[in-house]
Design a protein around this ligand. Structure first.
Ligand code: SF4
Length: 320
């Protein structure tokens, strides 16, 4: 199912088959991370707002659950920062009453210094906050936060979350070559991780084309050192395992456009999707799609397809 706010289930590297719920419009965020796979933040705000009618979102979640299909987690994730939806707590509560499926929230963590925000997370099974830098200067360089977000508040929020939240906290550290992968940078991050005391630490890599073309993946030696210093449970694989459920789409066009609207899609995954629709010659199919806005971009020696009408890639391609 790919509607206004709910998409999937889609394969997730941590959460199995994840039913994504985005209660905010595309690229609404209070960060403008250099590695964001959604590109440059176009709606840069730190104000919590109602973007969609909460009942419409709940209806979409309910329909997706009723459609069956394997769902491991219902994940509030957003095409941006989901905590900017002022309805998030309400949606989490109502969803937890609707189903026994576990609920995850993927967040940049910036709002967790607010007691209200932490209270809204009570029914969540797994919170996955991001923490990419162990000092304010590097935090501002990597995450480029809204001016009202300061590093000390971010770290205080994460410490308070651990004290008050009894379910799982999995911290994600996005590791970037020559930016936050030196021993000194890692040691600084580690000091904070010890205070946050998460259940898991995942190291993530810029697996899809990043907002800034100069962002890249660290060398394998540096990954091994990082895992040791951060005592990371796992380095997230660069590629997802599992497949997209396309049964809800009537046509291959519908599937390809709906998925690439959310994020760039590996060309090989796009081919798999087309094969599910019995398209005999997918290469030719893409030539045709090019005229309608789907383009191919090379990144880490792989091809990704994307919707070239998005601000993300207009921005990115202009910079290259
Ligand atoms: S990576 Fe997440 S937090 Fe950073 S700009 Fe993108 S959506 Fe916002």
């Amino acid at each position: 199912m790919f509607t206004k706010c709910v998409y999937g289930p889609v394969p997730s590297r941590r959460l199995g088959q994840s039913l994504g719920v985005s209660p905010i419009p595309t690229k609404t965020c209070n960060y403008n991370c250099i590695y964001c796979q959604l590109g440059k933040t176009t709606n840069f705000t730190n104000e919590r707002q109602r973007f969609f009618k909460p009942q419409d979102i709940l209806n979409e979640i309910s329909i997706a659950i009723q459609q069956g299909g394997k769902i491991d987690y219902i994940t509030f994730v957003g095409e941006g920062e989901p905590t900017l939806s002022k309805d998030l707590g309400f949606l989490i509560n109502k969803t937890s009453k609707m189903t026994d499926l576990p609920i995850a929230v993927i967040t940049n963590g910036s709002q967790l210094s607010s007691k209200t925000m932490r209270e809204e997370m009570r029914k969540v099974d797994v919170i996955i906050p991001t923490f990419d830098a162990g000092n304010s200067k590097l935090f501002r360089y990597i995450n480029r936060p809204h001016k009202l977000i300061v590093f000390s508040k971010l770290t205080t929020g994460l410490k308070k979350l651990r004290k008050e939240f009894n379910n799982e906290i999995w911290i994600e550290v996005m590791l970037l070559k020559d930016i936050n992968d030196s021993i000194e940078d890692l040691e600084e991050i580690k000091e904070y991780l010890e205070k946050f005391d998460p259940d898991k630490v995942h190291i993530s890599l810029p697996s899809r084309p990043p907002a800034e073309s100069w962002v890249s993946i660290p060398k394998s030696e540096s990954l091994a050192i990082s895992q040791l210093i951060l005592q990371s449970t796992q380095i997230l694989p660069l590629n997802e395992v599992g497949s997209f459920d396309t049964s809800v789409f009537k046509t291959p066009d519908e599937a390809i456009f709906a998925i690439t609207r959310r994020h760039p899609l590996q060309y090989s995954q796009a081919i798999e999707i087309l094969l599910q629709f019995n398209i005999d010659n997918p290469e030719e199919y893409f030539e045709d799609l090019g005229a309608r806005g789907i383009e191919v971009l090379d990144y880490r020696e792989k091809k990704f397809i994307y919707l070239n009408e998005t601000d993300h890639f207009r921005f990115r391609l202009n910079k290259n």
